[in-house]
Write a protein that binds this ligand. Structure first.
Ligand SMILES: [Zn+2]
Ligand SMILES: [Zn+2]
Length: 351
């Protein structure tokens, strides 16, 4: 049984402003009118309006303006324009209750420089009693574990690196574990992320360690970027992943999953040895296969997103299909067992 419904408003990595990271989610057992979580807000109400013009049934025949009025909170991974553009542009015309902007503190501080009456009017505040401001900054702490942000939904945020720049040095983005509390089912959603292998300060490995014990029983879907196609030189990644680096990351996850399973297999066989001989279960080959599968990521769906638009039209097919197929081939060659899909604009995804 799925736990969440998702509508992909935008899933590209730019520069087309009409298809930037923007996902709407809700628990499966509620309606869109009951409240919506906006996960990233790159493309906004204009793009949603165009999508609904093409398919009015996408969000129960609601208009784009109505959909935005039902948003209760925005979850934002980092403050780059392709992830906040829709949030900023819509902020002056939002209807419905105040909307929380849930993001790590540095991201909110960066947003504050936009809502500072120069680039855009100040339409957000830090005070829960400031009803005049339609947006409420709500910092997510990296070390606070799961926090309830919506009825039946909790989020755990973890830091990941998103390249380096001259002003700040390492630039941080985030990954979110988004959990449906009644069913304990969750999915993992990455903001933009650079390869751990290219930094002396790897962060993504901690996300994989947190995810590994849950795969695939309570965590079977991961959304992760792959901005570039295969063959992109490391010095031109600009804080993003290519298929080769993404599959290295997935191999790191697979190693963590295998380590968790061998550890739990050892502890259960130790527990069994402690039993009197006649009570021991007879182990057979198929039981061993179950505890140490050859494809450690079997049962896991990986949705590729944030592919950069193919401006020069180098490929005869959509770039997100090219990259998806490149990732899928590498995942298969490494025997990881995950299913590789692409998150595409206008899709509905049951998670
Ligand atoms: Zn970014
Ligand atoms: Zn981005």
């Amino acid at each position: 049984m799925p736990s969440f419904d998702m509508v992909v408003v935008g899933s590209g990595g730019g520069p087309y402003e009409t298809n930037l990271s923007s996902y709407l989610i809700k628990p499966c057992d509620t309606s869109w009118k009951d409240g919506i979580i906006a996960l990233e807000a790159g493309s906004g109400i204009g793009t949603l309006h165009q999508l609904l013009d093409r398919d009015a049934t996408l969000l129960d025949k609601l208009t784009a303006h109505q959909v935005y009025s039902f948003i209760r909170c925005f979850i934002i991974s980092h403050a780059h324009l392709d992830h906040v553009n829709g949030l900023v542009l819509s902020a002056g015309s939002l209807l419905g209750p105040r909307k929380r902007v849930c993001a790590p503190l540095p991201t909110l501080k960066s947003l504050e420089t936009i809502f500072a009456d120069r680039i855009w009017p100040n339409l957000a505040s830090w005070d829960a009693d400031d009803a005049a401001y339609k947006l409420l900054y709500d910092p997510l702490k990296f070390d606070e574990g799961y926090r309830s942000i919506f009825p039946d939904v909790s989020v755990k945020a973890m830091p990941v690196l998103h390249g380096k720049n001259d002003t700040l040095g390492d630039y941080e983005s985030s990954a979110f574990f988004i959990r449906h509390d009644p069913s304990c089912q969750e999915f993992l959603f990455f903001g933009d992320v650079s390869p751990d292998s290219l930094t002396s300060n790897p962060q993504t490995i901690a996300v994989w360690r947190a995810a590994a014990p849950k795969i695939p029983s309570t965590l079977s879907t991961i959304f992760i970027e792959c901005s570039w196609p295969s063959g992109r030189p490391d010095e031109q990644l600009y804080g993003h992943l290519s298929p080769e680096h993404l599959v290295d990351e997935l191999a790191a996850l697979a190693a963590e999953v295998a380590a968790v399973r061998s550890c739990s297999a050892k502890s259960s066989s130790r527990a069994e040895e402690a039993l009197p001989k006649r009570k021991r279960r007879r182990r057979n080959k198929s039981a061993d296969v179950e505890t140490t599968p050859s494809e450690p990521l079997a049962g896991l769906r990986i949705y590729i997103m944030h592919c950069k638009d193919d401006l020069e039209r180098k490929y005869s097919r959509p770039i997100y299909h090219v990259i998806r197929d490149q990732v899928a081939a590498l995942v298969q060659a490494k025997g990881l067992g995950a299913e590789v899909l692409s998150a595409e604009q206008g899709m509905t995804i049951a998670i």
